[in-house]
Write a protein that binds this ligand. Structure first.
Ligand SMILES: Cc1cc2nc3c(=O)[nH]c(=O)nc-3n(C[C@H](O)[C@H](O)[C@H](O)COP(=O)(O)OP(=O)(O)OC[C@H]3O[C@@H](n4cnc5c(N)ncnc54)[C@H](O)[C@@H]3O)c2cc1C
Ligand code: FES
Length: 373
């Protein structure tokens, strides 16, 4: 994975610069539902940005005089769409998800960090597989990109999307999904599940449970475990539910891939307790970060993360969500011990290979060396 390359700066920069930041003009803003918009970007004058379906862009905006960055998955497909697009759904009381639809206009420019993320797959014409996608609400964003890429790039593969929403009006990309189902008839299956279904609703309604899932699995093709992979993205409750149901149906964990948009709800006291527990007896430890051909050494105080400390010192390390979800800050620990407050963003194999997330990472010894990039 290619991380951004940044120049060492004497103090924290309010407006980040560097070869991996881009200023993109807004080509269009599309109202998808009453609380969701798609932002379509012009390509940079230097040429299209490379990205994979399932990756996200980090949008950087100045909100009330402060730099705010948030991750938004790309809903466009690099194989199908001329321009990159993200979809933003309003979150109650949320800073960025409300600022963007309220302030952004066609023709404006927005700073972004290059596409990142590991929730991806490589496509090949001769692959023959079945992707079963579970999406809830805004979790459709990476899924529609994957669906478009798979259906156009792998003529022998098929895709089934199980998409949960509150009600019919909150289904994002409904028309586009209908079109894809028609265009790739027999290869793309879309099943909607609504919490509150209207009287004439032909589809499923209520909470997805084991009985319903068994019925759904009877409706979609069964290509056997070997050829099937399960992906999920949606609100925390929905993801936990699907995870439990798949495990009840004996789907092995290594067949299931997840993208989380929001960190598990941990109350602040518990988080502080966790941080205190990770601080190795309130001792500051030195870390060495290798990044962009440079080496940075600094002490990380107890209850501070490696990323927080680096940013305080004006070292522009890559980051996006700052909650251990998106992996934008991922690096490999070459030595020493690093404790993570939150491990959800890394797969078991990444952890085994020594990858860490600096935004939730604390050095537990003085010999920690982390290589980023
Ligand atoms: C890898 C990744 C990809 C993402 N892709 C998308 C995407 O395609 N579309 C999209 O709309 N969002 C996406 N998100 C979520 C997005 O980054 C923001 O977290 C979200 O827009 C809320 O930001 P905010 O500034 O409005 O809220 P904040 O001001 O940061 O938070 C306000 C409150 O809302 C809670 N909250 C934050 N996010 C959510 C959420 N998603 N659902 C419910 N409660 C939440 C917070 O815990 C907090 O209590 C993605 C996140 C990650 C990590
Ligand atoms: S910044 Fe997202 S995981 Fe660290």
């Amino acid at each position: 994975m290619a991380f951004g390359l940044f120049k060492k700066s004497p103090k924290k920069q309010e407006t980040p610069v560097g070869p991996h930041y881009h200023e993109l003009a807004i080509h269009d803003i599309i109202k998808e539902t009453k609380d969701a918009i798609s932002i379509v970007f012009e390509n940079p004058t230097s040429g299209k940005l490379n990205y994979k379906s399932g990756q996200f862009l980090t949008l950087i905006a100045n909100v009330n005089g402060k730099e705010v960055r948030r991750a938004y998955s790309l809903c466009s497909s690099p194989f199908v769409d001329e321009r990159m697009a993200v979809m933003v759904k309003r979150v109650d009381g949320g800073l960025m998800s409300n600022w963007l639809p309220d302030h952004l206009k066609k023709g404006d420019k927005l700073k972004v960090l290059e596409p990142m993320g590991q929730f991806t797959t490589d496509y090949a014409k001769d692959k023959k597989r079945h992707l079963v996608l579970f999406a809830g609400g805004s979790g459709i964003t990476p899924m529609i990109s994957i669906l478009k890429s798979l259906s156009t790039q792998e003529p022998e593969s098929i895709c089934s999307l199980i998409y949960c929403n509150r009600d019919i009006d909150s289904i994002i990309f409904k028309n586009e999904l209908d079109k894809l189902q028609t265009q790739f008839e027999g290869r793309v299956h879309v099943i909607h599940i609504l919490d509150n279904a209207p009287m004439n609703w032909q589809g499923y309604s209520g909470l997805l449970n084991k009985e319903m899932l068994v019925k759904l699995f009877e409706r979609i093709p069964n290509w056997g475990l070997d050829k099937t992979t399960y992906l999920m993205c949606g609100p925390e409750g929905m993801m936990k539910n699907v995870d439990t149901l798949l495990s009840d149906l004996h789907i092995p964990k290594e067949k299931i891939f997840k993208e989380s948009f929001v960190a598990g709800v941990i109350d602040k006291d518990k988080k502080d307790e966790q941080k205190a527990a990770t601080s190795a007896g309130n001792t500051a430890h030195e870390v060495t970060i290798r990044y962009d051909g440079q080496e940075y050494k600094f002490k990380v105080e107890p209850n501070r993360t490696i990323l927080e400390t680096a940013l305080d010192k004006g070292i522009d390390l890559p980051y996006s969500c700052q909650s251990g979800l998106c992996t934008a800050c991922r690096g490999k620990a070459l030595s020493g011990k690093v404790k993570l407050d939150e491990e959800e963003g890394l797969s078991q194999s990444e952890r085994a290979e020594g990858y860490v997330l600096t935004c939730v990472g604390h050095p537990m010894s003085d010999d920690v060396v982390i290589e980023i990039g």
